[in-house]
Design a protein around this ligand. Structure first.
Ligand SMILES: *[C@@H]1O[C@H](CO)[C@@H](O)[C@H](O)[C@H]1NC(C)=O
Length: 780
């Protein structure tokens, strides 16, 4: 185990290798870190290992029960999740956790968030989960009263079928959402397996059909990466076996799915099918609601959504047996077994014989039994004019918070009424995007993902981030909740090189509203409570105000903060409160926090303030310490674009790309932002900055720059002037032999770290099974 740990550290160390000395220093640092770890393991034993595992190797903060947190703050190491299905993805439908190299070595030890802030009130202490000792419940609650038996299941069957999922107490909100969506779509024949007794009690109280899972796993043991946890992937399969033993047809779907339409009539269209499975296929082979053609739809079957009829008992039995091999990943095992000696799908039903011809199998249509990409990114069902059945929050980049946020963006998450109000109110952005930026991003990107194709996408995204930056400032200053804008993108995001700007083989209309986790680090940056950022900032999804659950009174309490252009009359400069006229207050641009809070005194009674011309809404915090925290916060809020064809293929989005600054890694950026490879100091060769936008006059540019940058006026102004004159600098065009050597070395070590073990797979363009990101209850 130690070797594994060390190997990980070694693989993980970020190596902005620029000189021999640096390399030497890097090695020394490695030895020190490794030594520290060894000592840590030695002195504190098992708990620390699991803590490290849960924080570093599998950092789903909200999956870690507070009880099991070791009393030490663990310095995050720059580990990128092992995405290789072969080594780490031992169980479940997951290949890994996050796609981004989000953690940097230079960070101070960070205080882990206690629990996820599920409750909306800022002052309300997040209620820790009850301790394992059984707490008295209002009803007489006997956990033994909820076994999985024929007597309990048969009455629940709906048209002969039962839909099941399972979860531990930590995912109660997902479970409620799962049930809520099912019921809404007309399914009453469901059950939720309770993995611990807290969960069981709460489900019983909520009147949710449940049974007690004899996992033999105590809640305390259920940290991500614990040994028991490692077995979870197996439980799912055993679970299917146990339900099948009752001679019923079972539909099993992971807890991170949202059902949108009753699928039972659909399943009854295929009474001959012994197994129906969802797929990681990202481009449909059919254009109606038929089953996918097989083997044309050749991507990995995704075991997050499956139907089994009793005839498949033997298959499941063998599947369970295959998993005695601890290295076998349950999804791989399923794929191997089902495809053994498979036939071809037969029109008109597109069913085929699998498992050596012993079973009839069908692949559910990928647009309608949708993955996180076909649903949240491509919206393929809409393109085909069809109604989707279910969305699975896979292909997602911000862990569990990211999954939750995706459902929220699509208004599929069941949040309590408190979520739609807040004592301090909300800050929103009236986002202004020049048509030219959108038009350019509508242009097709063709071929391998090279640096010259990045300009329009980054210009578009950064344009929006500058506005978001100001809104973050205002929200933090006023203690309000930030409502994120929809973020428009041209390029997709993946954990392997893009092609045509998309995951290879996919296509949809551009630009598109990308899920927030494409651009923002909702798990590592936005989610935790970090004192070094200043007060915790709550945020909401872009569809928040459109959600029918939105509180009507809150939604009606609105004022617009019009941020004046330079030189516009009638704007408060922060000496006195700005008057509210016809629902609008006018404030001068680029006020600091003292001035702005004075100017906005008159709007405090409004629940929602919307920033118009948001980019100039906030200059800086007047208190230098708060300003430092603000910059630190934003430096951690951005996520990465991924991936270029050249390695390392990711590039950090940057909230400060419009000015000279140092980023979270201490890397210097000049007035003209240009991308750097991964976490290194190497410029991405061949990057072409976007041409200036039409209508942006040079004078305006200069003024903006002057207003914005304070002490760095000259540099920024010069840069703006240069850009406005259309001077295009090639970032790293002719850097010569030294750079070449550097690049070569980087490429040797420099695959996105999670992919290092996957070089061959990368070549074969066979990422999906190992990359699939549903990690709800899957062993890492
Ligand atoms: C909330 O208000 C906005 C702006 O007036 C409106 O567009 C939206 O439909 C409202 N939402 C609901 C749920 O009524």
């Amino acid at each position: 185990m130690l070797q594994i740990g060390l190997a990980r550290v070694e693989r993980a160390a970020s190596v902005p290798v620029s000189s021999r000395t640096d390399r030497l220093m890097a090695r020394i640092a490695l030895v020190i870190v490794a030594g520290g770890l060894v000592y840590g393991f030695y002195s504190l034993g098992g708990p620390v290992w699991w803590r490290v595992y849960a924080t570093v190797i599998h950092p789903y903060q909200d999956a870690v029960h507070p009880n099991q947190q070791a009393p030490v703050a663990v310095t995050k190491l720059p580990v990128v999740e092992g995405g290789s299905g072969t080594n780490t993805a031992a169980g479940g439908t997951s290949g890994g956790a996050i796609a981004e190299p989000k953690v940097e070595p230079k960070e101070e030890p960070r205080v882990e968030p206690k629990e996820e802030p599920r409750v909306v009130e800022p002052k309300v202490e997040v209620k820790p989960s009850p301790s394992p000792s059984p707490s008295p419940s209002p009803k007489e609650f006997n956990p033994d009263g909820y076994p999985l038996t024929r007597e309990r299941v048969l009455p629940l069957l709906q048209d002969g079928l039962i839909m099941i999922t399972w979860a531990n107490h930590h995912y109660l909100d997902f479970a409620k959402t799962w049930v809520h969506n099912l019921k809404k779509s007309g399914v009453s024949g469901y059950m939720v397996g309770a993995m611990d007794d807290d969960m069981l009690r709460d489900l019983v109280q909520l009147d949710i059909n449940t049974w007690r899972m004899n996992t033999g796993i105590t809640k305390r043991d259920l940290g991500w990466g614990s040994q028991n946890f490692h077995l979870m992937g197996r439980f799912k399969i055993k679970l299917i076996r146990d339900v099948l033993a009752l001679d019923v047809t079972v539909v099993v779907s992971d807890i991170d799915t949202a059902w949108l339409k009753n699928p039972i009539p659909y399943f009854h269209r295929y009474p001959d099918a012994d197994i129906l499975t969802s797929t990681d296929q990202l481009s449909p082979t059919v254009h109606d609601d038929s089953l996918e053609k097989f083997p044309e739809a050749g991507s990995a079957f995704n075991i997050g959504i499956m139907l089994f009829r009793p005839n498949s008992k033997g298959f499941v039995e063998e599947w369970v047996k295959t998993l005695d091999d601890p290295k076998m990943w349950d999804q791989t095992a399923f794929n191997d077994l089902a495809r053994k000696g498979h036939g071809h799908s037969q029109a008109p039903k597109n069913l085929w014989r699998g498992y050596e011809g012993k079973l009839t199998v069908g692949v559910l249509p990928c647009a309608l039994f949708a993955s996180g990409h076909t649903f949240f990114v491509q919206h393929k069902y809409a393109e085909l004019g069809l109604e989707p059945y279910v969305a699975h929050a896979t292909f997602q980049y911000s862990g569990t918070p990211g999954k939750r946020h995706r459902f929220r963006e699509e208004m599929l998450f069941e949040d309590p009424p408190e979520y739609y109000d807040h004592p301090n109110g909300f800050v929103a952005i009236d986002m202004d995007i020049p048509q030219a930026l959108l038009d350019r991003a509508a242009q097709p990107v063709e071929g391998p993902m090279t640096a010259d194709k990045l300009g329009d996408h980054f210009a578009l995204v950064h344009h929006q981030l500058f506005r978001l930056r100001a809104a973050v400032g205002v929200a933090v200053m006023m203690g309000r909740v930030l409502v994120l804008p929809p973020i428009w993108c041209q390029l997709d995001k993946y954990w392997a090189p893009l092609y045509n700007g998309n995951i290879p083989g996919t296509a949809w209309k551009k630009p598109f509203i990308c899920p927030a986790d494409h651009v923002l680090d909702l798990e590592g940056g936005w989610y935790p409570n970090r004192p070094d950022f200043g007060p915790h900032l709550q945020y909401r999804e872009h569809s928040f105000f459109n959600n029918p659950r939105m509180n009507k009174a809150v939604n009606a309490s609105r004022v617009t903060v019009h941020v004046c252009k330079q030189g516009e009359a009638d704007c408060s400069s922060g000496v006195a409160p700005a008057p509210v006229k016809d629902g609008v207050v006018r404030v001068a641009p680029q006020l600091n926090s003292d001035q702005l809070s004075k100017a906005l005194e008159g709007v405090q009674g409004f629940k929602i303030i919307t920033l118009r011309n948001a980019v100039d809404a906030f200059k800086e915090f007047s208190d230098p310490e708060k300003q430092r925290q603000f910059v630190n916060r934003l430096n951690h809020y951005a996520s990465v674009f991924c991936c270029l064809a050249n390695n390392p293929g990711w590039i950090w989005y940057d909230f400060f790309a419009d000015r000279p600054h140092n980023d979270r890694f201490g890397r210097e950026f000049g007035a003209q932002w240009a991308p750097k490879h991964g976490d290194t100091r190497m410029d991405v060769a061949g990057y072409v900055p976007p041409a200036p936008l039409p209508g942006v006059s040079r004078r305006r540019g200069l003024l903006d720059a002057l207003a914005m940058v304070g002490s760095s006026d000259d540099v920024a102004a010069a840069a703006v002037a240069q850009r406005d004159q259309g001077v295009v600098a090639l970032a790293a065009g002719g850097r010569g032999a030294e750079a070449e050597a550097e690049l070569e070395q980087l490429q040797a070590v420099g695959l996105p770290r999670r992919l290092q073990g996957e070089r061959e797979k990368l070549r074969e363009v066979r990422f999906l099974s190992s990359m699939e990101l549903n990690a709800m209850f899957s062993a890492p």
